[in-house]
Design a protein around this ligand. Sequence first.
Ligand code: G6P
Length: 608
Amino acid sequence: MCGIVGYTGSNPALSRVIEGLRRLEYRGYDSAGVALALTKGEKLVVEKKAGKLANLEGALNGGHENATGGIGHTRWATHGGPTDINAHPHLDESGKLAVIHNGIIENYEELKAELERRGHKFKSETDTESVAHLLGEEFKASGDLATAMRSVCARLRGSFTLLAIQSDNPNLIVGARRNSPLVVGVGSGENFLASDVSAFISHTKKALELGQDQVVVVTPNEVVVTDLAGKTVTPKEYEITWDAKAAERGGFEHFMLKEIYEQPKAVADTLLGRFPTPSTIELKELENISGNFQRILILACGTAYHAGLIGKYALEEWAKIPVEVELASEFRYRNPVISEQTLVITISQSGETMDTLMALRHAKSLGAQTLSICNTMGSTIPRESDSVLYTHAGPEIAVASTKALLTQVIALDLLALYLASKRSSITSNRTKEIIDALLQLPNKIEEILETVEPLRAMTRGYKNATSVLFLGRHVGFPAALEGALKLKELAYMHAEGFAGGELKHGPIALIEEGTPVIAILPPAKSEIAEKMRSNVQEVRARGARVIAIADQSHSLDLPELIRIPESEEILQPILSIVPLQVFAYEMAVARGNDVDQPRNLAKSVTVE
Ligand code: G6P
């Protein structure tokens, strides 16, 4: 949802900014642009191009090596189409000051009208250009960019990360944030500003977190943070624990494939250090939660929402706590019944999804206790939650989420087991069995990945299908929803996930001769196994081509059968989702789509 980079230091700014943008391109790729400051008083160099970063690089043609201060932007369009003119940076009326922005300025029309009345001429259709013009006016009045930024922020409604650079002070960058992410990378003789740490990870591991409504002034040797009243605040410093290599493709054709193959490790890392003995579980992070809650409400978006739907089964079955799961974007705009006895869990890979953040704030304002499950340290959602359970998936770059989902489900399973043992709702023998089953998952995922080639070949045979249906029951139902979402995101095919029992109430009418149906079968001993097998027969009888995902406990005579290792029924999605990810990946490749950057999407959606 727009990536932002700023650099000031003694090294060439352009290469640092472009490198950062390359790492942030997952946030949006409708256009890219830079503004570079050369020597004092010289005009800013501004270049911006619609389309991916490569177009901008082509236009820059490797020039401007002497610039030591610069800002860069990669865009996910909201206001104004993805054109060169709407691309950021935007200039003020004088042309001496450039601004980039992530978020939405909700009162931009009002500001624009006011500025036009004072004679300002606008070039783009964006909300951002109003900020650039307003900042220019305020700068003219105060002569100080930070003061000007504070005055402007006080007038803005909505969400924003803003960076500004000015031609008269080429080594100074001023940033500000409200509801959108901005971190500072502290280097030696150079400093960075970015939407996330991946932009500067190969240059420094030292980062500063910025709080809500703060303005930061960065020069090569100094970082000063203030609130909007101009009072200095001390930002929280932290060390980044992963390295640049983790954010690179490492020989895989796409980030998504690399991330699919990283899942055994991601799951193992998320389980690491949780079991002091073979039958006990420890979650120190939950000490801030009082434990007297009567119900759990899980809020999330996209794939993280599916993690919540899967986690509900373990929380209810093991810990015997009622759980509801709701889309974060729906929760905020109703009057839910929430009290201190409600534990609200937000799940977010990025920790920045605006719908989830707003839902968290709404839940807090209603008095709920809050816990977040998140993959990105220092991001806004965990910062604003009472407690946080970090997943350890490592950086996830591909827009379609894979390893983050599996680790989110693992985190929920850990939570379920922890609450179950606290409330004594399961025996210690049963706890031990579940711990054993959890610890076996990384090897079982590995096993699936080692035998995935026939699935890839089979997938290519379906590349001209117009619609694919996914069926599951119990935990297989949210797994089916995730399979369908992955296929939509990546292959741009119509896909829907259904609960097996619901089939006869409508969806079965969609089945035609040859319709591919992916059916997820529970273990044969499950009480719903027979029912799911019947659903498979029902769709086959109507001409569907069934691809079944089943463990060895089933003897099935189906032409297309994908085997997964046996596991506890509740844990099965950790395994059954892996072939669904591979199916969607391979389909996208077969259809010639951009796997890591699917059309119209962004990895981190920081607008509502
Ligand atoms: C976007 C991404 C999805 C992701 C969702 C929630 O839509 O494209 O892959 O599941 O946001 O993201 P979060 O960072 O909150 O998990």
